[in-house]
Ligand binder design. Structure first.
Ligand code: PLZ
Length: 447
């Protein structure tokens, strides 16, 4: 089978190469067509159209080779067009593209659920269900937690991000651009303080958790809460790593009150942080865990995994959807998971962290605007502030990102205050290309 495959994008030269200004003429032409054809409401980070991508590079339609420090927002963790993913997709597409798992099932769906049950934290009996997007997984986690507890209240956190559908907009903290003019939002959603060490001063994780749990107790009542949903490292919120002890204290409160503790690991999951899941770091075992993004090497797939008693509490037919666990997406996931296991990508994520930390620390010593360096594995960020303060500097953040883009480095921003530069390279990026990308970002501070 392998010899019938198209040449893999992983053979692309691993170099930055700019042969036109960015965007080049062909990208500019496509940008004009985009403006005429695509809703203006769909955002855009870079005005550059892609032709191929693999390893640590993205090749644009003008032949420029860009350094990828974004992985399509934490999706292509195994690398774009990974051979194991491509091979499985091609084979599955030739066999059948869709039957609907609810109509006539197929093994790939079951195999992905088995992998999720095996790899997610905890050795209790688990079940999974598959969906199309992260937001859909979070919505289903809420449905499942409500069906199990027969309660309604959902607790989320400051700076949290859980999606753009109506219910997940309610769960998401930030107004612009996610919620503005899109209300009304779903009821019974309560937002609690998040542990944010850079901004909390000297308060410990358990101390901040006790603010949150006493607020839950006073404002909702533990017995009314169906679920506590938290990203163990916040993604869009700015790669906020809670202080040690914060997550375990929340989990303990949930356990005491019969609340379903849901870890949203859509951005942090599947080797991104140097563990299979970020919850592993403090040995927190979630009742439910939502996954998407990195699970399938770029194909749309998402999952909810958790305690069998919770997952099986929903009436038959209560969960589903036409495409959830599409066979091609499942094939891609099995290829991606095989790559993560055979290439030990958790170890690779920790190596990438060392390179990121070393470069970001030297940047911080040269640039007083870098107020904080944080994250884990191949999920690291810097928060930019007015020197010596915690006052956000989104203007500088935007300028540095733009300068990097102009030099062919794909970088993303994040954060409630828009002042976080985040780095999410594919784990297939060569070390020297990663260093070069970070050096170009650093040069953007002086431009
Ligand atoms: N939960 C933790 O990170 C998606 C959003 C990009 P979907 N984050 C990227 C954008 O601007 O839309 C995300 C996440 C966490 C849920 C989601 C939602 O996942 O697959 O985008 O629906």
């Amino acid at each position: 089978m392998t010899d019938t495959l198209l040449p893999s994008a992983t053979t692309l030269p691993q170099e930055r190469r700019l042969i036109t200004e960015l965007p080049g003429p062909r990208s500019r032409e496509l940008m004009a067509r985009r403006a005429a054809a695509v809703s203006a409401g769909v955002g855009g980070t870079m005005p550059v159209f892609v032709e191929r991508a693999g390893g640590g590079v993205i090749i644009d339609v003008d032949g420029n080779s860009l350094i990828d420090l974004g992985s399509g927002i934490a999706v292509t963790t195994v690398g774009n067009a990974h051979p194991l993913v491509v091979e499985r997709i091609q084979r599955q597409a030739a066999d059948f593209t869709h039957t609907c798992f609810m109509v006539t099932p197929y093994a790939g769906y079951v195999e992905v659920c088995e992998a999720l049950n095996r790899l997610t934290p905890g050795d209790h009996v688990k079940r999974s269900a598959l969906f199309n997007s992260g937001a859909e997984a979070v919505e289903n986690a809420v449905k499942i937690a409500r069906a199990f507890t027969k309660r309604q209240a959902i607790v989320v956190f400051d700076h949290g991000y859980h999606g753009r559908t109506n219910l997940t907009m309610a769960l998401t903290a930030k107004n612009m651009p996610y919620k503005q003019s899109f209300g009304p939002f779903a009821p019974e959603v309560y937002r609690m303080p998040m542990s944010y060490p850079f901004r909390d001063g000297p308060h410990s994780g358990p101390e901040v958790a006790s603010w949150a749990t006493s607020k839950m107790e006073k404002e909702i009542g533990g017995a009314n809460i169906a679920a506590i949903i938290i990203e163990p490292i916040q993604g869009e919120g700015g790669f906020i790593v809670p202080a040690p002890g914060f997550l375990p204290a929340l989990k303990e409160y949930a356990a005491q009150h019969g609340i379903v503790y849901v870890a949203d690991e859509i951005q942090t999951g599947f080797c991104r942080t140097g563990d299979w899941f970020a919850s592993d770091h403090e040995a927190v075992v979630p009742d439910l865990i939502t996954t998407a993004k990195g699970i399938a090497g770029g194909l749309p797939l998402a999952g909810v995994t958790g305690r069998a008693d919770i997952m099986d509490s929903v009436h038959v037919g209560g969960l589903g959807g036409t495409y959830g666990g599409n066979p091609i997406a499942c094939a891609a996931a099995l290829g991606a998971i095989e790559a993560m296991e055979t290439e030990d990508l958790n170890a690779r994520a920790r190596e990438v962290e060392m390179i990121l930390r070393e470069r970001l620390e030297s940047l911080a010593s040269a640039q007083p605007a870098v107020g904080d360096i944080r994250g884990r594995g191949a999920m690291m960020a810097i928060e930019l502030v007015m020197p010596g303060t915690v006052t956000p500097d989104p203007e500088l953040t935007g300028r540095v990102a733009k300068a990097a883009h102009a030099q062919g480095v794909v970088t993303l921003t994040a954060g409630t205050y828009g002042n976080v530069l985040r780095f999410l390279p594919p784990l297939s990026i060569p070390d020297d290309l990663l260093r070069q990308g970070l050096d170009i970002v650093a040069a953007g501070f002086n431009g």
